[in-house]
Design a protein around this ligand. Structure first.
Ligand code: GLN
Length: 282
């Protein structure tokens, strides 16, 4: 039998040896999951682990040492102050995507507005549902081409009690009925295929390829979005789109001939240009 502190130390050392940069934090999060306590309390715990707890912790550490995402091991991830269920088949919510919600809130200051929202490639639903939590009178549709991802989204709709405000549906972007929305959110796949291949063996390799692979230059999804967005946006509507490092100018070139204007590109908290804010021209 060992104490929480000893098990944490061994777990962090194992993760570090496996090349996990966030070894100590990950060990703490996994321990918190096993013990069912907040991760900030774990470091102070003087408890002894039961053999079951120790076994469960060590098993999770081994899986993490194989680079499985922590969120797939705990089954949840915090995003915009909310907790989302997540697992294989859906992209893990990432802090940089919170930039889209910040920008949408900035663009639409009236939180009582009855806005309509569309989330393209909703995954866990984190963007759509965070937005709907911030705008109690808004209504939204989240679509995804992956049935597995939609199962997670539907689960999160229920967890947050948003059934009356949201719908999630399996649908390709091109199949959407011609309706206009005040807010369009999207975190499309934008990683260049070669970069994704170079990331084999890392956490990224466990996540759905369809949510990450943006083709040879990472911009395929934006080429698909360009002709669709003008008819999905209402005249005063805004699209908030997540982009990869340095992709902004190329995407603006793809969008402008299709009748879209860029209002700004907002940085994420790491200072990387991350969110393209777009409207219809004219
Ligand atoms: N930000 C993600 C990553 O690089 C990519 C997400 C995406 O392609 N939409 O890990």
């Amino acid at each position: 039998m060992s104490s929480v502190a000893e098990a944490l130390k061994r777990g962090a050392a194992r993760l570090s040896a496996a090349g996990i940069e966030s070894a100590r934090l990950d060990a703490r999060v996994l321990m918190a999951h096993v013990l069912g306590m907040p991760s900030n309390e774990v470091a102070l715990s003087r408890r002894q682990l039961t053999p079951e707890q120790q076994g469960a912790f060590e098993a999770l550490v081994e899986r993490r040492a194989g680079h499985e995402p922590v969120a797939y091991l705990t089954g949840e991830k915090e995003f915009y102050g909310l907790t989302f269920d997540v697992g294989p088949g859906a992209l893990v919510p990432r802090p940089e995507s919170e930039t889209l919600i910040d920008e949408a809130c900035r663009e639409f200051p009236d939180r009582d507005a009855a806005l309509t929202v569309l989330d393209l490639g909703t995954g866990t639903g984190c963007l759509l549902l965070s937005f709907l939590m911030a705008y109690p009178k808004a209504r939204g549709l989240g679509i995804d081409s992956s049935a597995e991802a939609l199962d997670w989204a539907a689960r999160n709709v229920r967890c947050h009690g948003l059934e009356a405000h949201s719908e999630v549906a399996r649908c390709d972007w091109q199949e959407l009925p011609p309706r206009q929305y005040d807010v369009v959110l999207a975190n499309p796949p934008y990683v260049a295929t070669s970069d994704l291949e170079a990331a084999q063996g890392q956490s990224l390799a466990f996540e759905p390829r369809a949510a990450l692979d943006g083709g040879p230059d990472g911009l395929d999804a934006y080429r698909g979005l360009a002709p669709l967005l003008p008819r999905l946006l209402s005249p005063a509507g805004r699209a908030f789109l997540e982009i990869g490092r340095g992709q902004g100018p190329s995407i603006v070139k793809i969008f402008e001939p299709e009748g879209l204007s860029m209002l700004r590109i907002a940085d994420d908290l790491a200072g990387i240009p991350r969110c393209l804010v777009v409207r219809r021209q004219g």
